[in-house]
Every structure is written in structure tokens, then in C-alpha cells.
Design a protein around this ligand. Structure first.
Ligand code: SAH
Length: 423
């Protein structure tokens, strides 16, 4: 579903409603609201007015999304910075230029984030999508050094949801709450055979109209092919870090970066909507590595998923410092400039470090989607990839994720098809 935007009616033009938006007048279709009058507050998505609301509700929604925007004095920005921003808009940044942007501080950092915000608005308007994630198993056969789900961690209680339970959770999210895109995530857990995952996807697709994104690790070409044929639309698979040496250090023997990249290659060939990205702030990771991450993401991803590393107890990296959320914001901004129409969700790890404010700040730095946790409450705290995970307890966002109708599904379908075609 999408977050609808409030606006006040300032006039009419035949069958259109005129609203005020950022100091200018804009037209939206009035066919759902034939009785609206001047001075009423409405919610609209794209160019469709969908609902009348009262002024207090409008203020609540505006408060949710508004973020303090620092005024940027463009005359104080260096010539070099301005040139790099111009090149970013041409999708033509080299590694050195990306590093320059990632190193920006103060005025130039504010300008980078503001430029990404403007780019998001110019290309996709105030279109914030709300997606859901269901974490269906915390069993994992891997031993990634950063992750609390690693098989060597005997300190967490393990759970697996049954196919029926996952289906019911998905159905409830789609039918009752209006979610249109669900990510199904787990550790690498071969308890679920290819046939079980295929069955799961088919069953969900038979009871609700929802896009399914699979995030269950390196299952190989055949499995992803079967899941695609069963109705999966997307895959979420981070490459974690583009640095070969760092990848080797934090992953157990037998796991390699090439296989992750190979997965991304064939997922694209199979027609998946690709979501990928990296961990930010891994010990020993350099700014050059982060620039390489961006260069790996930009040409491959339709949707970006990256978040700060957060140390997790009972892992070999439990005493390492957490990644810098400010760097995460700058990474989002650079990617928004390079990928103006891509889907960039605010990740839970970033919200964990920055709290509710993180969501607003990430949206103001170029992000355009939110990921709500839909894992049944009894399992949530057990999916402990890292501690203290942020959960959205107040449901204001879900309450105002109002655009739940069939048009929302169709819009998403169109947008995803366009992105896939673009790359
Ligand atoms: N098994 C799936 C899903 C892994 S968990 C897969 O292999 O793709 C989802 C993501 O959580 C990982 O890709 C990793 O980037 C992130 N993650 C794991 N441990 C983390 C930590 N300590 N801090 C921040 N993110 C972490």
C-alpha cells in the first residue's frame, strides 16, 4: 500500500480538484469525491483524490513525514561538489567522485541529502510505499560472523512457521491491512524444500493479490526458477560487501562473493525484481569499499536494501562498533541520485540506530519506502539478527497507508515492470 498525502482544496477546474502543493496549485481527479468543497482536506495519491479527512488528521499525517530540512546556501558549495552532483544526475559518477560525496560533511552533506530529496520528489512525487516482511524461520545453516542467526549460536531459541501459518499471516496482511508487497525472509533453512516454498507461494497467490519477494538466501538457480514460475515476483539477496577480502573474513568457508553475484545475475535472467545491497560499517570496511558497493548496486538493483552493521551478542563480532547511520543516509542519497526511480526502503537496522527520527531522515535523504514487520509477535524477538530491533509500535503509518485499493496493486505492477525493463 502507499501512503496518501494530505492537501487542502483551493478550487475546482471542471471535474478536477485544485490543491495547493509546495506553494503551487496542482490538479487531482475528483471522481471519488463528488461532494468535496473549497477548504476541505483530502488525501490524494498520484493525481487521484481518494478520501476526505479532517484538519487534525491531515496535520498528523504531515507530522509523520515532515522532517526538518536544513537550508542549503548553494553559493557556499564548492565548484567541485556542484560538478559532481551534476554528473550524478547524468548517472556518470566514478569511484573517486562517489568517495567525495560519501566523505561530505556539514554544508555539503546537507546539500547532498537535499538534492536526493528533490530528485525523489521530481521523479516519484511524494509516493511512499509501505511493504511488509514476514520472517518465517530463524534456523540457519550458515555461520556468518555478524549474524545472530548463525548456526553456531546456541543461545537463541529457534522457530519455524508452518506453510499454513505463513500463508495465514500473509493473507491477513494483504486482505485486512492492504499490503501489496510482502517479503518472506528466513535464514538459509533447507528444512523448507523447493517444493514446500513453491507450494507456499502458490497458496498465498491463490488467496490474495499480493507481490511476493523471496529472501531465503542462496538456494540456487533451479529453486529460484521454480519459485518464479510459482508466482514469486522479487528476490531480496544482499551481497553484504563488495570487498572480496572482507567477505571472506566475515563468512564461513565455502561461502563466496562470486556465488552471491552469480545469484543476482541469474535472478535478473529469470525476471525477478532484484533487491540487493550491503552492510555499512563492517569492521575494516573502507570508504573505497562502500563506493564499490554503490557501483555494484546501481546497475543491478531495482530496489536497494542496505543497513548499518549492528553488533550482535553471541557472535564473533559482538564487541565490534556499530556502523555509522549518517554514512547510511549518504549512501541512500548517492544511490537516489544515480537511480532516480528505484525503490529504496528505510531498513530496520537504520531505524534501530536512529529511532523514529531515522525514518523521517531517511525519507528526506531519498528513501521512498518503508518495511513494516509483520512477523507474528510471538516470533519477532526470536528473529534476532542483531539486538534491540526497532519495531513500529504505533500504527499511525499503517493507519495512513491508506491507498489499499486495486489501483495500488496495478500501480505497483506498472512501476515494477518499468524498472525491470529499464535494466
Ligand atoms: N538468509 C537470507 C536472509 C539473511 S538475514 C540471505 O542470506 O539473504 C537478512 C539480512 O540481515 C542479511 O542479508 C544481513 O545483511 C542483515 N544482518 C545480519 N546480521 C546483521 C547485523 N548484525 N547487523 C545488521 N544487519 C545484519
Amino acid at each position: 500500500m502507499c501512503l496518501a498525502t494530505p492537501a487542502k482544496i483551493v478550487g475546482f477546474n471542471q471535474d478536477k480538484i485544485l490543491i495547493e502543493k509546495d506553494g503551487a496549485t496542482m490538479e487531482v481527479s475528483a471522481f471519488l469525491l463528488p461532494k468535496a468543497k473549497i477548504g476541505d482536506w483530502i488525501l490524494y495519491v498520484n493525481d487521484l483524490a481518494i478520501k476526505k479527512i479532517d484538519a487534525e488528521e491531515a496535520r498528523e499525517i504531515l507530522r509523520l513525514v515532515e522532517s526538518p530540512r536544513n537550508k542549503v546556501k548553494t553559493e557556499l558549495l564548492s565548484g567541485k561538489f556542484k560538478k559532481i552532483i551534476e554528473k550524478a544526475h547524468q548517472n556518470d559518477l566514478n569511484k573517486g567522485e562517489i568517495i567525495y560525496l560519501l566523505n561530505s560533511e556539514g554544508m555539503e552533506k546537507d546539500a547532498l541529502l537535499a538534492e536526493a530529496d528533490i530528485t525523489r520528489r521530481a521523479f516519484i512525487k511524494d509516493f511512499i510505499c509501505i511493504h511488509g516482511i514476514i520472517e518465517f524461520s530463524n534456523y540457519c545453516e550458515n555461520d556468518c560472523a555478524y549474524c545472530g542467526l548463525r548456526s553456531a549460536n546456541g543461545a537463541i531459541e529457534r522457530y519455524r512457521m508452518s506453510i499454513d501459518e505463513i500463508k495465514e499471516t500473509a493473507k491477513q496482511a494483504a486482505v485486512e491491512k492492504g499490503y501489496k508487497l510482502l517479503v518472506l525472509q528466513s535464514g538459509e533453512d533447507n528444512f523448507y524444500t523447493d517444493d514446500m516454498l513453491v507450494e507456499l507461494i502458490k497458496q498465498i497467490k491463490s488467496v490474495c493479490r499480493v507481490f511476493i519477494f523471496m529472501s531465503c538466501g542462496e538456494r540456487g538457480f533451479e529453486c529460484y526458477k521454480k519459485m518464479k514460475n510459482a508466482g514469486a515476483s522479487g528476490a531480496l539477496l544482499r551481497f553484504e560487501t563488495s570487498s572480496q577480502s572482507l567477505f571472506t573474513k566475515i563468512h564461513p568457508q565455502g561461502k563466496n562473493l562470486e556465488n552471491r553475484i552469480e545469484h543476482l545475475r541469474f535472478l535478473k535472467e529469470l525476471g525477478y525484481f532484484i533487491t540487493t545491497g550491503s552492510l555499512i560499517g563492517l569492521p575494516g570496511q573502507t570508504i573505497e569499499d562502500l563506493a564499490d558497493d554503490i557501483l555494484l548496486i546501481a546497475p543491478r538493483a531495482h530496489m536497494v536494501s542496505m543497513g548499518p552493521f549492528i553488533p550482535c551478542d553471541n557472535t564473533p563480532m559482538e564487541n565490534c562498533p556499530a556502523g555509522d547511520p549518517e554514512m547510511n543516509l549518504k549512501m541512500i542519497a548517492v544511490l537516489r541520485l544515480l537511480m532516480p526511480t528505484a525503490r529504496i526502503p528505510v531498513t530496520t537496522a537504520l531505524e534501530t540506530l536512529l529511532g523514529e527520527d531515522g525514518r523521517k531522515r531517511a525519507l528526506a535523504a531519498g528513501a521512498n519506502a518503508l518495511m513494516m514487520n509483520l512477523t507474528p509477535k510471538k516470533y519477532r524477538s526470536l528473529y534476532k539478527i542483531y539486538p534491540g530491533r526497532f519495531f513500529d509500535n504505533d500504527s499511525l503509518w499503517q493507519k495512513y497507508g491508506l491507498f489499499k485499493y486495486e489501483e495500488s496493486y496495478k500501480m505497483l505492477e506498472e512501476r515494477m515492470a518499468k524498472e525491470i525493463k529499464r535494466k
